[in-house]
Design a protein around this ligand. Sequence first.
Ligand code: PSU
Ligand code: MN
Length: 303
Amino acid sequence: MTMAITAEISDALAARRPVVALESTIITHGMPYPQNLETARAVEAAIRDAGAVPATIAVLDGTLHIGLDAPALDALAQRADAWKLSRADLAVAMATGRTGATTVSATMIAAHRAGIAVFATGGIGGVHQGADQSFDISADLNELARTPVTVVAAGAKAILDLPKTLEVLETLGVPVITYQSDEFPAFWSRRSGLPAPLRLDRPDDIAAAALARAELGLPGGQLIANPIPEAEEIPTETLAPIIARAQAEAETAGITGKSVTPFLLQRIFELTEGRSLAANIGLVLNNARLAADIAISMARLGN
Ligand code: PSU
Ligand code: MN
């Protein structure tokens, strides 16, 4: 297995300085070019500004990269044939020299392997609408149950069945902790109508909770649900009919498996005339800043 970690990141980890992992599926399958590249760069800059080191993760020609330099990030953002890698695909992609972007599940595995305990993304995958028929449940949920990484997201993507997603997370024993809110957020919107299972208001408490889990010998991570800033949100009422329409189109077109989430995100982008993308960028940046603060707390508390 080949893993390449940049000198900046390995130095930071060796000195126990804060590092934040970032996924790459959001770049290749979650946003159109060139906004995907601009966002990836802006997210890295936000983490640096907050005092931590960003570590964008991807598989390039079979090598698992922890940290991408500027040309590599640029090339990945323009590749149309990158695989979408979850826990199931990671080893095959590496063994056969592929290039692939890591989803939340594969990014957690890679981050943990490299010694990174905090990871920022947009929204995690979860239980899809109609899962009672399709059985489509994201591998992200199972990963949160097994791999000890704190994942900062704006909740689960609102294209999902959020009540069922929360139920599965509860069954799996994943702490779902909303940041500074009593309501579980719905990705592009601050509100979902669902109460937050747990609430914490300070990065120090989130870091302490991760430490306490480790001391208890519990496997698995924690999901930090960070509501999108008010100025950037799209109200649930505006989005609901658009999501329903995109979902109906996916069904008619026979979209299944890994293609479902990218298809829905792309259609919602078109149907909102780009507004969903602006909100997505806003929430990712917001998550990156919180993740950096949590990583700083963890470094101080000795996580
Ligand atoms: N967050 C975003 N956009 C995305 C994703 C997250 O703002 O595209 C990606 C993540 O990589 C997540 C994946 O793991 O979507 C979920 O895909 P699926 O539903 O197929 O498991
Ligand atoms: Mn799926």
